[in-house]
Design a protein around this ligand. Structure first.
Ligand SMILES: [Zn+2]
Length: 153
């Protein structure tokens, strides 16, 4: 493993440690009445299935699918109902669109934990890409030091 790769993993690890999020795996609804293509957390997916039971006298046609974790996504994955962050890996397409999303955008000081998590997924998708490295370095620079975090509280 080359030095740039190690550097990328260190940046990703720093962002993930700061984010300290343990997002749920992505769930879907499946079946004849499914809203294909939307991602949900498990409880929102289950709520939709129960709502469909209430709406239609005979159950069926909708069930919860997915939830195994490790799913690829073409962008940052959020629950379509409650907007919580879900666990995902970025596809190449997703990595490019996230780079575009963050290009020229201020990251905020300190960077938010959610943004740190999303940028960790970008560097994870392309650890040897100069643009992902630059973005991750920008984000790590906006992680508050322990003193800053305790200070103005
Ligand atoms: Zn949800």
């Amino acid at each position: 493993m080359g030095k740039p790769m190690l550097f990328a993993f260190a940046l990703g690890a720093a962002l993930d440690a700061y984010a300290a999020l343990e997002p749920e795996p992505i769930c879907w609804t499946a079946g004849s009445k499914a809203d294909q293509g939307s991602d949900y957390c498990r409880s929102c997916a289950e709520r939709r299935v129960w709502a469909s039971f209430a709406a239609v006298p005979s159950p069926g046609g909708l069930f919860v699918d997915g939830g195994w974790g490790g799913d690829e996504s073409d962008g940052c994955a959020h629950c379509a109902d409650c907007d919580c962050i879900l666990d995902y890996y970025l596809t190449d397409f997703g990595m490019e669109s996230e780079l575009e999303h963050f290009h020229g955008r201020r990251l905020g000081a300190p960077v938010s934990r959610e943004t740190a998590f999303h940028i960790a997924r970008v560097i994870e998708a392309a650890p040897e890409n100069e643009r992902t490295l630059r973005l991750a370095r920008r984000a790590v620079a906006k992680i508050p030091t322990e003193l800053e975090a305790q200070g103005n509280g």
